[in-house]
Design a protein around this ligand. Structure first.
Ligand code: ATP
Length: 306
């Protein structure tokens, strides 16, 4: 019994780990023939996108019975607008995106897209409507062209390159000895975090989903890379509904609405200016980040002089 139990348990563990990482989820389900925990309801209908409004209403969620994670979370992302979610580590930011993708069902409340409860629509159409740019993109052991085309397998070479241009990764690709035919992934060229994220952005541009979920990398990026990623993020967010788990000052400033999440609750909400004026948790976070940026700049100056 013990022998049987361990591998089964391991599978559960592996599955949870995968979900946790929110890495290339669609691919994972195809590659690993695992049963998804959340099932389509009998009679589930295809999601019909009209504008792409995302609404959370009084959402309650827990991973396990003993600890509530999201408490009474309500917000609306108007079609085509951008919402940024900020807050301390463990506040529940990524949980919001996992719920929107319906990796888990909520305990109370509702999550709707254009008025349709996501529990009433097929998962296939829900996931087709949402493009995800995760923090850490997993690349296939194949060419960089293949990795970008994965967003829309029927795309032409010209379309792949156009997406790469918009994602600010084209110039980098053509500078490689094998260009678009360069092998990447574990057994190929290792790309940096920023480069991988731009590949994910190019993929998502090809996929062309009405709704975007972006999980910004927490890792430090050099100023140039950060600028390029910001530019490519702006490019894909244009005209789409976007929910961004934000770690960068520039992303937050540009968002139409900011939610400050703390211990699973929305404690402040508004635009950047609203929240600075409020002088609460967001204003404090902002001040700290500014100080960190200034300190870094000073350090760079000293290094340059020395
Ligand atoms: P960070 O900024 O560090 O990524 P976050 O705000 O995105 O944090 P979440 O990943 O949403 O936080 O996690 C919220 C809480 O839920 C954390 O306390 C975490 O430990 C817990 N949690 C996350 N995933 C699971 C899981 N699969 N099972 C049990 N608890 C979980």
């Amino acid at each position: 019994l013990i022998q049987l139990y361990i591998p089964l348990n391991m599978l559960g563990f592996v599955y949870r780990e995968i979900k946790q990482a929110v890495i290339d989820m669609e691919a994972m389900f195809e590659v690993m023939d695992v049963e998804e925990e959340v099932q389509d309801r009998p009679g589930a209908r295809p999601l019909a996108i009209t504008g792409g409004e995302v609404r959370f209403e009084n959402v309650e969620f827990r991973y396990d019975a003993r600890r509530g994670i999201l408490k009474n979370v309500s917000f609306t992302v108007a079609p085509g607008s951008t919402i940024a979610v900020v807050g301390p580590s463990g506040a529940g930011k990524s949980t919001i995106s996992r719920i929107l993708f319906r990796f888990y069902d909520i305990e109370a409340g509702s999550v709707t897209i254009d008025g349709q409860d996501i529990r009433d629509v097929t998962q296939a159409t829900l996931r087709k409507a949402i493009g995800i740019v995760p923090q850490d993109t997993v690349l296939f052991n194949d060419t960089i062209r293949y990795n970008i085309r994965y967003g829309r397998p029927g795309a032409s070479d010209a379309e792949v390159e156009e997406a790469a241009r918009l994602a600010r990764i084209h110039d980098f690709i053509v500078s490689l000895p094998d260009g678009y035919d360069s092998m990447v992934g574990e057994r190929g060229l290792k790309l940096s975090g920023g480069e991988k994220q731009r590949v994910a952005i190019a993929r998502t541009i090809l996929k062309n989903p009405p709704i975007l979920l972006l999980d910004e990398a927490t890792s430090a990026l050099d100023t140039q890379t950060e600028k390029e990623i910001q530019a490519s993020l702006k490019e894909i967010a244009r005209g789409r509904t976007a929910l961004i788990i934000a770690h960068r000052l520039s992303t937050v400033v540009d968002a139409d609405q900011i939610l400050v999440l703390d211990k699973g609750q929305i404690v402040e909400r508004g635009t950047h200016d609203d929240l600075l004026e409020l002088g609460g948790q967001y204003a404090l976070m902002w001040q700290r980040q500014l100080e960190a940026v200034e300190a870094e700049a000073k350090l760079a100056e000293v290094r340059a002089e020395g």
